[in-house]
Design a protein around this ligand. Structure first.
Ligand code: PDD
Length: 280
């Protein structure tokens, strides 16, 4: 696999990042994940815009223009022959040459790493037919979840808690209300209405979320941006998650309780189809 590091396209075995890199020592960096379907980048402009925002919130300079980022993404997709898969992009605050809590001078070049992952049949994930099962766990992450940082230890632990419980993912709960999934935004459906938490520093502003809500409104569905409890979710007709890599994925069970019929409903597959049709 060819990866990108600071301007170079290299075989992955030859790519190097310093042990003093602040991404490695302090999780001081941000990332984006963009899906590729049939060789096409999905919602690239959205990811580029959020990347710029994440960097700005952390006082980091965006090392590239949107056009440059696009060119790098396309080059990597081409070099690795990616048909279906994803491009991972990470920008960290770079290598100050030592360990220090204070940020290095702003002119220190950041470390830019991109790589691809092939995922043949990404849009045909069988889970879209069966639905996912989730458990709820406390949200003990930091207070700036709107910044897409590489600090993913607790989301990883949440995934492992789900695995241990024999289910697919965890939904985070704070003050009795669902924030989001470990790596996705969370929704419930009641009748023709789609309910998902409003944007704030408490959740990542999902690029897929923005598109899904737009398409839902265009399809005459009602959209309510507000928080909900696990109890309300358990009595909903349907539930789902959205993310760049899962698109729209039904959730059929929460903490052992079946949502609606316990089977994939009608609204969520329709939304998934609309999303994939519009974005491909
Ligand atoms: N995760 N919430 C969290 C905590 C996330 O990590 C993600 C994305 C989302 C959905 O955002 P988007 O629709 O822009 O992908 C919500 C990515 C896919 C990941 O970490 O792999």
């Amino acid at each position: 696999r060819t990866v990108y590091v600071n301007g170079d396209y290299l075989p992955e075995e030859e790519a190097k990042v310093s042990v003093f890199d602040r991404g490695f020592l302090m999780a001081d960096g941000v990332y984006e994940v963009t899906s590729v379907l049939g060789g096409k980048l999905i919602d690239f402009a959205g990811h580029c815009k959020r990347l710029a925002r994440s960097l700005a919130e952390l006082d980091m300079t965006n090392p590239h223009s949107d056009d440059d980022w696009l060119a790098i993404h396309r080059e990597l997709v081409a070099r690795n022959g990616i048909d279906d898969g994803m491009v991972y992009l990470q920008v960290t605050r770079g290598n100050p040459g030592d360990r220090d809590f204070a940020f290095p001078p702003a002119d220190l070049p950041p470390t830019v790493v991109l790589f691809t992952q092939a995922k043949p049949g990404l849009a045909d994930n069988p889970m879209a037919q069966t639905g996912m099962r989730v458990i709820s766990i406390p949200d003990i992450r930091w207070g700036r979840r709107d910044i897409k940082t590489v600090q993913l230890l607790y989301p990883s632990m949440g995934k492992m808690m789900a695995k241990k419980a024999g289910v697919d993912d965890s939904w985070f709960v704070e003050d009795g209300l669902v924030t989001e999934g470990t790596s996705n935004n969370a929704y419930i459906v009641k009748g023709n209405k789609i309910i998902t938490r409003a944007l704030s520093n408490d959740i990542l502003h999902g690029i897929t979320r923005a598109a899904v809500l737009r398409f839902a409104a265009e399809a005459q569905m009602e959209v309510e941006e507000r928080s909900f409890t696990i109890d309300e979710a358990k009595t909903a007709d349907e539930a789902f998650i959205s993310s760049a890599s899962a698109f729209v994925m039904p959730v059929v069970e929460i903490d052992g309780a079946a949502i609606g019929t316990g089977k994939v409903g009608h609204v969520v597959p329709r939304l998934r189809e609309i999303y994939l049709d519009e974005m491909r």
